[in-house]
Write a protein that binds this ligand. Structure first.
Ligand code: DC
Length: 230
């Protein structure tokens, strides 16, 4: 089954996924679905409530009545949790690690995957994350996996944090990136990996515009059914 006009973009942190996904969505008139923001929001709430990030039962309760709204913003997606705008608060390196921790919990993956499928059900969506092409939308029309050398990803992440007025130590960020990728890749459930039918792009030496152009060309070339046999 080809899922209605869904494009998935997965990859490790700092591979350029978010910026590129947002641009590809804008160029196609699609909605951008930032699945990482959802894991960050769950981590944020768990921390705020003082829960253990490995306590599946407590996380299940938290998720049962979660009030989470994603709204497209000018830059990052605006994330509203229980009527509180947490868009900025979740974009720290610490929240990335917290999100990675809660994302290994089956109950969290189950609930967020379900929410993501609901959000994608009308099609016209560019979904970005770690498992959008492998687990959330396995029948997506076009799939991409973006990667880049760890040192380059750390450099980009530092720039991004500094642009937001946050302090960033490149060495520390590199260590965090390596740890987070290892945790995300090693987990048994929906690990970070390229779908067998994804186009893998190493963005290390490419500009954002180059990657967007390459992806749009690929989408135009493979067309309606993503080059898959129907
Ligand atoms: O893309 P991001 O940095 O905002 O993601 C934060 C964490 O959330 C990431 O380290 C792992 C988790 N995540 C996930 O497990 N599956 C996704 N589809 C998206 C994010």
């Amino acid at each position: 089954m080809a899922e209605n006009d869904i494009i998935t973009i997965d990859g490790p942190s700092g591979s350029g996924k978010s910026t590129i996904s947002r641009l590809v969505a804008a160029r196609l008139g699609y909605t951008f679905l930032d699945t990482g923001a959802m894991y960050r929001a769950v981590g944020y709430k768990a921390k705020k409530l003082g829960l253990s990030l490995e306590d599946g039962e407590a996380l299940a309760q938290l998720l049962a009545d979660i009030d989470l709204v994603l709204a497209p913003g000018d830059g990052d997606t605006r994330v509203i949790l229980d009527q509180e705008d947490i868009s900025l608060a979740i974009r720290t390196a610490e929240m990335g690690l917290v999100a990675s921790k809660v994302s290994a919990q089956p109950v969290v993956r189950r609930k967020l995957t379900e929410m993501q499928r609901r959000l994608g059900s009308r099609g016209g969506v560019v979904a970005e994350g770690r498992d959008t092409g492998t687990v959330v939308f396995p029948g997506a029309r076009h799939k991409f996996f973006l990667d880049a050398a760890p040192a380059e990803r750390a450099r980009r992440r530092c720039l991004q944090l500094r642009e937001k007025g946050q302090q960033a130590d490149e060495k520390e960020i590199l260590a965090q990136i390596i740890k987070r990728d290892k945790d995300d890749s090693d987990r048994t459930l929906a690990p970070l990996k390229a779908a067998a039918d994804a186009l893998i792009i190493d963005t290390s030496a490419l500009s954002i515009d180059d990657v967007v152009a390459l992806m749009l060309r690929h989408i135009a070339k493979t067309g309606e059914n993503g080059g898959k046999r129907s």
